[in-house]
Design a protein around this ligand. Structure first.
Ligand code: ADP
Ligand code: MG
Length: 246
């Protein structure tokens, strides 16, 4: 069973002559453990698709199943619940709280955990779990730094740790390297590659071919539709991991 399955997903904005079909019939399956890049020109529907699969918004029509659950008809509250439990987000602009330590930033989503083991952690346990995630992204020695005391690449790694803290089923990253220089871009993409190697399903929106080259599959959007799915036979960074380096 795919972790993500969309069937003929449509998202329209406006009505009548003003209607814009941001998504115009998108059918895509993504298996657990895949690493997918979504590319396409500005306005092609990439972010709209991410908002749908991230349960940030509801489709106009079509079906979206997340881990076998049909989430297309859920209410806004139910969607929020699925989102908090199952999906980790990474954005271009990091979206960290200023004047708040890396540790507290990463622990933040645990305050909203309402179900499962993570909902019952006390404050100390929340911080322990956040610390473990920061160690996982290589920032175990930066726990008490605030965003302004960290480089862009380090801030984005904090954001990745925050995305991981709820033990999500998948990570959605919309232009995660859009605000980073090329060295930091490599740092973040190697991190995502390693998390994928450890089993995490990852979906990245990007307009940079160098970033898409890390993915197993590259899905091209145009005018709200998928026009191509390309399989990267040798994703960048993957062979290093299968050789046991990182
Ligand atoms: P991309 O991320 O590929 O640049 P988007 O998904 O943001 O593209 O946008 C796809 C199309 O939908 C564009 O034509 C955009 O103008 C339109 N669109 C996106 N969001 C809205 C909205 N909230 N209201 C009206 N039109 C929108
Ligand atoms: Mg976009």
């Amino acid at each position: 069973m795919p972790i993500i399955s969309t069937q003929n997903l449509v998202k329209s904005y406006g009505q009548g002559d003003l209607e814009v079909r941001a998504l115009n019939g998108v059918s895509l399956d993504i298996e657990q453990g895949d690493f997918v890049a979504i590319i396409g020109a500005s306005g092609s529907g990439k972010s709209t698709f991410m908002n749908m699969i991230g349960c940030l918004d509801q489709p106009t029509s079509g079906v979206y199943e997340l881990a076998g659950q049909n989430v297309s008809d859920l209410s806004v509250d139910e969607l929020a619940d699925v989102r908090n439990r199952r999906i980790g987000f990474v954005f271009q602009q990091f979206n960290l709280l200023a004047r708040t330590s890396a540790l507290e930033n990463v622990a933040m989503p645990l305050l909203y955990a309402r179900e499962g083991e993570l909902a019952n952690l006390n404050k100390q346990q929340q911080l322990e779990h956040a610390k473990y995630r920061l160690e996982q992204v290589g920032l175990g020695d930066r726990l008490h730094h605030t965003p302004s005391e960290l480089s862009g690449g380090q801030q984005q790694r904090v954001a990745v740790a925050r995305a991981l803290v709820n033990d999500p089923a998948l990570i959605l990253a919309d232009e995660p390297t859009g605000a980073l220089d090329s060295k930091m871009t490599i740092e973040i993409m190697h991190l995502l590659r390693r998390l994928n190697y450890e089993g995490m399903t990852i979906i990245v929106v990007t307009h940079e071919p160098d970033v898409a080259a890390y993915a197993n599959r590259v899905v091209t959007f145009k005018d709200g539709k998928i026009i191509e799915i390309h399989i990267n036979e040798q994703p960048v960074g993957k062979s290093e991991m299968t050789m046991g380096q990182s």
